[in-house]
Design a protein around this ligand. Structure first.
Ligand SMILES: Nc1nc2c(c(=O)[nH]1)N[C@H]1C(S)=C(S)[C@@H](COP(=O)(O)O)O[C@H]1N2
Ligand SMILES: [Mo]
Length: 320
């Protein structure tokens, strides 16, 4: 289901990330057709098969976690059909249409770099002993829309502490799966694949930062980043990297997918900041998906009490 763009939102506000594609030859070569149409041109009938979108498995024992908001939840249908996941195409409806083919079992996560206990974990082993919590967090896209999602996950800090990073480890780098056979968007240079992201060590260890394995009480739908993704609620959505296969401890600020694409528009920090506009549109307001009127965007997406101290003394115009 494609969510219609309300007529009062300019195209430049709703798909800025996608605009980059316009300057790429491959889009022009397909005579302005959406990437989704280009997939059909691949001739793979299976690609057109709808994703088994609602076949998620229950997650069992999930306790209520801290930091919840009591705002109205964004409906499950919107959370699972209005997505950004460029590995499956640049349209908001592409992930729910094309992500069903992604095989998420078995799944391995490599933990490596500057740590005493590097390991390749089967997902089940990574999850062993983790108490799953529900965290109702806002997700604020850089495109000035937002959702309220009941995530299920556990603090990233648990995984970091188990790996025992050395004192040289200053940042944590994350990598998404690269598997063009099941991620058709990766057959196009929409981004420099694989998608990568990073956090400073104190951001990664912050109790708000979680690895999510589910939403609405069930395992993640593929389009939302199955089987495991990051959720960093005070940063723009693109920091919350999906379908993670590698977590590395590094001594320097790692490259990040959107920063590599356009460093002028997407910085490393990417904190939700109504006072620092994106070069092409305002960040002062946002549209909650499912609502008509825009609401004010809150500093750090409303999590300032918890995270503002991480950035004390930093010029957030420079470190955007
Ligand atoms: N690997 C990967 N992770 C990604 C993206 C992507 O294209 N690829 N898009 C990001 C962006 S721009 C947003 S807004 C969120 C959207 O998450 P959701 O679709 O679960 O709402 O995922 C982020 N994580
Ligand atoms: Mo985004």
């Amino acid at each position: 289901m494609l969510i219609k763009r309300p007529s009062d939102i300019k195209a430049s506000e709703i798909t800025p990330e996608g605009l980059y594609l316009n300057r790429r030859e491959f889009i022009r070569a397909s005579s302005g057709a959406a990437v989704g149409v280009a997939f059909a041109g691949l001739g793979a009938a299976s690609l057109a098969a709808p994703a088994p979108a609602f076949a998620q498995e229950p997650l069992g024992d999930v306790k209520k976690g801290p930091f919840g908001t009591d705002e109205k939840l964004t409906p499950y249908d919107d959370v699972t059909t209005y997505n950004n996941f460029y590995e499956f195409g640049t349209d908001k409806s592409d992930p729910s249409r094309y992500a069903g083919r992604l095989q998420t079992k078995p799944w391995t996560v490599k933990i490596d770099g500057l740590c005493d206990k590097p390991a390749d974990y089967h997902l089940e082993d990574l999850l062993k002993g983790q108490a799953l919590e529900e965290r109702i967090y806002r997700l604020r896209c850089v495109e000035a829309w937002s959702m309220v999602i009941p995530w299920v996950g556990f603090p990233l800090a648990n995984v970091i502490n188990r790996a025992q990073p050395t004192s040289q480890a200053k940042f944590v780098a994350f990598t998404t799966l690269y598997r063009p056979s099941q991620m058709p968007g990766q057959r196009y240079p929409a981004l420099d694949w694989p998608y990568v992201e990073g956090l400073r060590m104190d951001e990664a260890l912050h109790p708000l930062t979680i690895l999510a394995v589910g939403l609405y009480g069930k395992t993640l739908p593929n389009q939302d980043g199955a089987p495991i993704r990051l959720v960093v609620p005070w940063k723009y959505g693109f920091k919350s990297i999906k379908s993670i296969v590698r977590i590395s401890f590094v001594d320097r600020q790692p490259p990040t997918a959107w920063n590599k694409e356009n460093s002028h528009e997407y910085g490393f920090y990417s904190n939700v900041n109504p006072e620092v506009d994106h070069p092409r549109w305002s960040q002062a307001r946002e549209r909650r998906i499912g609502e008509f009127f825009r609401r004010k965007t809150l500093m750090f997406n409303g999590y300032g009490d918890q995270v503002a101290k991480l950035y004390e003394g930093m010029d957030l115009r420079k470190y955007y």
